[in-house]
Design a protein. Sequence first.
Lengths: 581, 556
Amino acid sequence: MLTKLTLFMWLIILFGAALRVYIFTHNQLDFYWDEVAMLVDVRSILESGTDMHGTAWYQTIFPSYGDFKLPLYIWVASAIGSIVGFSLNLIRLPNLLVGILMIPLVALFAKTLVSTEENAKKHNSHFAQLAGIWTAITIASAPWAVHFSVTGFESHLGQFLITVGLFILISKKIRWSLPIAALFGVLGVYSYYAYRYIFLALLVLGTFYKLWTTSVSGLDQKKSSRKTKTGILIDLAIGGILAVTLFTTGLQPLLKSPWYSSFEQVRLSADSNLSIEPFVHQANELRMNAGNTISDRFLFHPQMLRGISIYSNVLSHLDLQYLFSSGDSNPRHGPPAFGLFPLFLLPLLIIGLYSGYKRAPKALLFLLGWWLLSVIPASIPLESPHALRSLGALAPLTILFGIGGAESTVWLQSFNKKQFFKKFFNQLPSHTSSLLALIFVVGVLTAHGGQLAQYYTTYYRYDAGKAWQAGYSELALAALELQDNDVPIFLVPSDDRFYLWLLLHSSKPVSKHTPLLTENFRTSSLPNISIVNEMTDSPDAYWLATTIEMKPDILSDQLIAAKVIADSCEIERFTLYKIQK
Amino acid sequence: MKKNSVIFLFAVIAVLAIWTRLSQLDSLPIAPYWEEAALGYDAYSLLKTGKDHHGNPWPILAIESFGDWKPSGYFYAAIPSIALFDLTVFAVRLPSAIAGLAIIAGVGVLAYQLKGNALLAVFLTTISPWAILFSRAAWEVNVSTALILWGVIFSLKSMKSSRRRQIYLFSSVILFIFSIYTYHATRVIAPLLLGSLILYQLFDAKNKQSATFRILPSAILFMALFLPLLIAVKNPQVSQRFQETSIFSDLDIIVESNERRERADYSLVSTVLYNRYALFGREILNNALDHLNPQFLFISGDENPRHSTGLFGLLYHFEIVFLIIGFIYILIQGSTKQRFLLIWILITLIPVSLSKATPHALRFLPALPAVILLSHFGIIKLLSWIEHTFSQLEKLPVKNLALLCLVGLYTASFSVFWRHYSTTYRIKTASEWQYGYEELMTVVHDYRKSDQTAQIAISRKYGRPAMYYWFFTKANPTDVQNAETSAPMDQGEFLAYQNLYFFTEIKDLENVQPSLIAVTPAERPMIENEYREIHQIVSPTGEIIWNIFEHKDLSL
């Protein structure tokens, strides 16, 4: 029979799922070029079993538009596509499923983490159950989790797999959980490459936590202590060897891919703190200004400055405004004017830190370590804080909120027993206080969910249209409609990846265009359509499409027709001119 | 710890405190900012004539300063030091430096009152970048913070002592009132802080009636002294600053509200969610959270180079750990008195979150004692946790090792901070502190001495040259007051004084034929044909700041 708390948990999952599905189906968001590139590959795989460049689908690195993508997300989307058929939303569907699955996963994670230590202290599991429920409430309502559930970023799938791996590691016997966790780690790396650095560290952290908490249980059961310790060591050795073997073997296909070196080069080309040169310049300037004494050379060391820069980026992920009010400054990484978490949950984070310290200090250290390891890769590039790159921190932070929520509930329940309130509530029907608290929580959640849903359906596409290449699809459709008229079309959309939209919307199979993708995996022309930066030479009659801001010099007697192309919000993005000399 | 060791450590910290607050006070920061020059000259004018440089006798509420109104407290605080040390940069900055020392002592006393560790608190305040920076220039807010801190101390003291209760309470009220007349934001902070302290006293008292009667005279005294400000609340002397800096003067929020509602066809939900008050609320919240941003607090501080060195935040990089532990400890386990620190920070956040340009290290300064004390409680809690957790390792002095690490960390960080502040910061921010005026005014003054009828023009590109002239030449305040009625002005700034002309554009000098003209390098090409360069003023980093030219006809 379902307990009240279990029923409530199901209701929260339902709420989170409904919120995600509603936003997914109603937000009318356009598609970012990474999503479009993956969509083209998915479409091609569904049509011919090969990617847009004609290579078999089972390759471990997809060249895409020259930025080289990992395969797992494309495979999952293709697998789903083979069942439900191809549509543009297909590229976001894996994340929608992952987003819904994350709710029970982190709830279970929180419950397991807390109960491990709670049981050791011979407490009942009520607190752990509450922690699970509050964790579910947090992730169900967090704009951070919702946003990446309705968009097609591979990082979201990656963090889900990593979380699954860690959950198995901490909840099952180490002999088998370690290799299974490693397997999920490999899958995580095949979705989002930044996890290659952190997963092994997370595995070590998780193992350490597991051993730490297991040894406590062992000490409690004095009789079996010696046996348990030996058994643990054997399990650790077997599990560790299997895990390392699986992880290294699992990554071999990726490392042996012909595109691997190019893939690495693209990933390392972004501006980051890895380059020491700017810090050397800064240190030299500081030293010269200070007099360049021996102590100055020590005090103003480039490595110290680099350390501060990385540290600063790590701290930026702790900014309360970022977490609770404004979120990532890039509108593609979250709805502007919303934080990663709803503001009303702020007290729970503070209480969660305290409660974790008091009730489950080992779990707290594990969660803080997990958070830190997830945030460090996001802190290496200069652009920070970054909601997408730090997505691995979603689960640990959410669980911290959950622990805070559980502590608050327990506190309220004890408050309820105090004489003054007892007198007051005894006059009311039984369970009134619980009912009032429940109504309050449901009310706040509904109001927040409603606000978030309204934002996505009414405002987001206006606020973030440009960040999602709004109008590109409409322009591609207009150009493709004119393609067969034998009048050349020149497109000046200020983006050399625009051909991806043409490939996506073309009625011809993607494989028909494969021979054209020769310019560093890209093309600037399809039959009758050319993508150019500016018009240098023009035929006697042609179509010209420019962004709405650009006003090409066209003589009035040459202009035959002009058509404005608007995006899905009816905001004018491009103008299509027909010109006859 | 042995008593002698404690006394020795206090003595070492006292020396460090005096050194960090008073050494090179006249040249670190490198030059007086124009507000310092104005503060100094008005105090000098009050000292010599009983009137400010505009001729207003003994202003109480505020003194006019370049179209703005500055609370009068600091002007009066500077009078004794100017009387002692003459009109110098040192004398103008001295009240703030003394306030800085009073803050150090106050934090120690408050730590003792709150059952913390006075020695640790005093040490943290002494080497705090935030406290040092604002103690070394003539910032009214620093004096105001010291007054608030001691007001709180006396108020808490009045709860304990039975014999001198009234004296302590009256002293507290007087200090709070002084703080109100010293800095704008404390007009909000001080009444709220005092109010919450009084409420605490009332709730804490066993006999509420007698407590009410005990507090009443002080409350009446506060209201009586606060009244002049309340009466003048719509007067520009009081309201102008608020209107200039308030977020409520920001029309963008109203435009956003209208756009949002229109986009949702004025639905009920959009009217509720996006009405202007909800959006103002969001703005206030963002401004408040800005001041809790870890990068602001621990990495780089305020964007304004006068408020921060750039290499350090308000606190040292690693202090985030102590602050978080201290905050959680005080919030959950702290006594009511200790929790007052959180109320203090919250109250300080009110005026700063209603203002534009956030985060703002200067406006947030009144929270400094509370923030440092939170950090200090964090250290105490962490050390006791380390001692408790590693109690099994009896042979290893874990707590002492942790303490040693802590002292090492602070010493290393302070060394980097001070070295950077006293070298790189000093010269890199020279332009922010209007470096060069002292030398320029010396040249101008010498020139005037040699030719008293000579007309001299000085560019206003770096701001407020007239005030710097009076400040550095110790101009007779009576002459300045007399010139007030006839001098052309721009937002209270003199554009001419005697035979000196202060111009915005070269073309403003059409009706003047100056013998001597001081221009910036950008203006130089416009006068080169008629004038001959006689002097250059160079910044510490080697850039030319001023070019001083003499008319070619004169040099023949």
